[in-house]
Unconditional design. Structure first.
Length: 383
């Protein structure tokens, strides 16, 4: 075939394909809101018709015999129909899988858990289905966590309202008694009012500390200090509280442990743990505070004899507002504290700000809280 003939054949094929392609594009624009199955069929049909039309036009230009032309036309039509059928089948499978993924996405949006999206016809759709299942699990976990946080907040508000009402009512009644000159011992009333105000002040301080922790505005002033000094000073400050209730505080501390921490905040965390132990340990039972280096990390442990914590509540002990009084043995004369169930939440916030972790586990007769500081906080200390 000469070059002019080849150019003519190419021109006819190009012209025919462009016309069919333009018609297909126009049809797709009209069907842009139709189902994917219809759009794919139109697209594939346009491509097949373009091929068949080009073959027919070229066959006519080649001046084939009527018999040869009929054979070529039948082959082109049959091949086109088979190709269209195969494309429609594939499109149907894709659309069916897409609808299954759509139903899964809608189920996730309604807040339900999706464990499977069914069989998918391609690796990409299978990967998408697996990602939807994983997303559903993460959202379910997030909703459960949010529910626990919301329950904890409601519980915290209820406890704070109760704990505020009690001292305020006491202050009000004593103030009225003093105003009406009905107090037999005014000095005793003044002392009691001062104690109630101190309790309210402690509660406000705890709330302010917790708000700083939750908002991420708690700033640490790191210093190289002896862990022995931090813990022993805290124990000394609280020893009068323990002695008043015949609770012994035993310290087995290593004075060689030097850590880079905020001594004020760490002391507050240790103090909260000790106060928690004092509140739940019966009289004449020991509370043990110890410091050590465990696996290259400085740690402080507080072990009480408060009867332990229910296994179902162990994961909740550091939530704001949690008290778990039914699972613990309360002291018959609990010490003065804010009492709003914020102490352990503050401990977790302070330790987390130090990039450490705090854990709790039951031991015979009580439970043990362990504060583990990060390895880079240990400046020196015997392992």
């Amino acid at each position: 075939m000469s070059w002019p003939d080849l150019v003519a054949v190419a021109g006819v094929a190009l012209f025919t394909s462009m016309i069919v392609g333009a018609i297909s594009v126009f049809a797709l624009l009209l069907l842009r809101k139709a189902s994917m199955l219809v759009q794919v069929c139109v697209l594939v049909a346009g491509a097949i018709i373009a091929v068949v039309s080009s073959m027919v036009m070229v066959a006519q230009l080649m001046y084939l015999s009527p018999h040869d032309f009929t054979v070529a036309l039948n082959v082109a039509i049959i091949s086109g129909l088979v190709s269209l059928l195969l494309s429609a089948t594939l499109s149907f499978l894709v659309v069916r899988n897409a609808r299954a993924l759509f139903r899964a996405a809608r189920t996730i949006g309604e807040g339900e858990l999706v464990t499977s999206t069914g069989y998918q016809s391609s690796a990409e759709l299978s990967a998408l289905g697996a990602e939807l299942v994983a997303t559903s699990a993460k959202l379910a976990e997030s909703r459960e966590r949010e529910k626990r946080i919301e329950d904890s907040r409601r519980e915290l508000v209820a406890w704070i309202a109760h704990d505020l009402r009690t001292p305020l009512a006491g202050i009000m009644s004593m103030a009225e008694a003093l105003e009406d000159e009905l107090a037999a011992d005014p000095q005793r009333y003044y002392r009691q009012m001062r104690q109630q105000v101190s309790q309210l002040s402690a509660m406000v301080d705890d709330l302010f500390e917790l708000s700083k922790i939750d908002s991420g505005t708690l700033h640490l002033s790191l210093q190289d200090v002896s862990l022995y000094d931090v813990v022993s000073d805290t124990v000394a400050d609280l020893r009068h509280v323990a002695a008043g209730r015949e609770i012994r505080v035993e310290s087995t501390l290593d004075s060689d442990i030097v850590v880079s921490v905020d001594p004020r905040e760490l002391a507050r965390a240790v103090s909260n743990l000790i106060m928690n132990a004092i509140q739940h340990t019966p009289a004449d039972a020991p509370i043990t505070i110890s410091a050590a280096v465990v696996d290259g990390r400085a740690s402080v442990s507080v072990t009480d004899n408060g009867g332990g914590i229910a296994d179902d509540d162990l994961h909740r002990v550091f939530e704001p507002g949690w008290r778990g009084v039914s699972a613990r043995t309360p002291s018959p004369h609990p010490p003065t504290s804010s009492g709003a169930g914020l102490g352990l939440a503050i401990v977790r916030g302070i330790v987390t700000a130090h990039r450490g972790e705090v854990t709790v586990r039951n031991v015979p007769g009580g439970c043990r809280f362990d504060v583990l500081l990060p390895s880079d906080a240990l400046v020196s200390g015997a392992a």
